[in-house]
Design a protein around this ligand. Structure first.
Ligand SMILES: [Zn+2]
Ligand SMILES: [Zn+2]
Length: 264
């Protein structure tokens, strides 16, 4: 039924052109109109012609973060890909490398909070584009072969109606041309990490995740929206390594300071 597929694609293309005229693309972060989308604009992940792009100003602001350690994710660590930074010894972790767009503050914090809502898929797509623009080469150099989101418990997801981690990872996979698998599951509805004291967070998520299948020898990129203590990411890493994953690297939109209340 190749002709049916062709017809469907043509219909989509014409619908997209129609939408382009009806709703000119706006930056999904600041909602400004096309005239504001100037130099440095970043096309949305997997975009068709009408899809919104991140404007140059937002792209610069959200990607300005620099000097962050690629191992522990600490700002100002600047350990580089191969070297441990001065914070690394105090930040135990189960992943190999971590790509962070920026710190969890200001307009990035607002964008992440919007990406968590059902109507925030375009914001998640925009953040995915920015992560790939900033760290795509590094992620490719890590030899990643599969992208896996940090899962939300099914009950919480059905209440929320969306998962920012899922949307982010799906778009990153699309942009990098890599398979995307919801192979991790959260089989225990744990209390939200940000509702617990930092010291209680590792125990809260310990053993909360399992993998649906073996991943022998696979190199995984684990994706989440925000990281604070890294307890959730570490628990997910252990579940992936337990089913044979060769390496687990991480990509997140934002890294919160220890004083911040939100953790994922
Ligand atoms: Zn903008
Ligand atoms: Zn470090």
């Amino acid at each position: 039924m190749e002709w049916a597929v062709w017809l469907h694609e043509q219909a989509n293309r014409w619908t997209a052109r129609g939408l382009d005229l009806l709703y000119p693309p706006r930056c999904p972060i600041c909602r400004r109109e096309p005239s504001a989308i100037g130099e440095g604009a970043v096309p949305e992940a997997g975009s068709s012609s009408w899809a919104a792009t991140v404007c140059g100003m937002c792209a610069r602001e959200l990607s300005a973060d620099s000097g962050r350690c690629l191992r522990c994710g600490e700002a100002g660590g600047a350990g580089g890909a191969a070297d441990a930074c001065r914070f690394c010894p105090q930040r135990p972790r189960d992943w190999r490398q971590i790509a962070v767009l920026s710190s969890y503050a200001g307009s990035l914090r607002e964008a992440v909070l919007r990406a968590k809502r059902p109507a925030g898929d375009d914001v998640a797509a925009a953040l995915a584009s920015l992560i790939v623009r900033k760290h795509g080469d590094a992620i490719v150099s890590w030899g990643v072969g599969r992208i896996v989101p940090v899962p939300m418990h099914w009950l919480r997801r059905s209440i929320r109606g969306t998962s920012a981690a899922d949307e982010l990872s799906r778009r990153i996979a699309q942009l990098l041309g890599l398979p995307h698998s919801r192979t991790l599951v959260r089989h225990r509805a744990t209390p939200m990490q940000n509702e617990l004291p930092i010291a209680d967070r590792p125990l809260n998520v310990q053993g909360a995740f399992r993998c649906r299948r073996r991943l022998d020898g696979e190199r995984i990129l684990l994706v989440d929206d925000v990281v604070t203590t890294g307890a959730t990411l570490s628990a997910c890493c252990r579940a992936l390594l337990a089913v044979g994953a060769a390496t687990v690297d991480v990509a997140v939109a934002a890294r919160a300071d220890r004083s911040s209340a939100d953790d994922a």
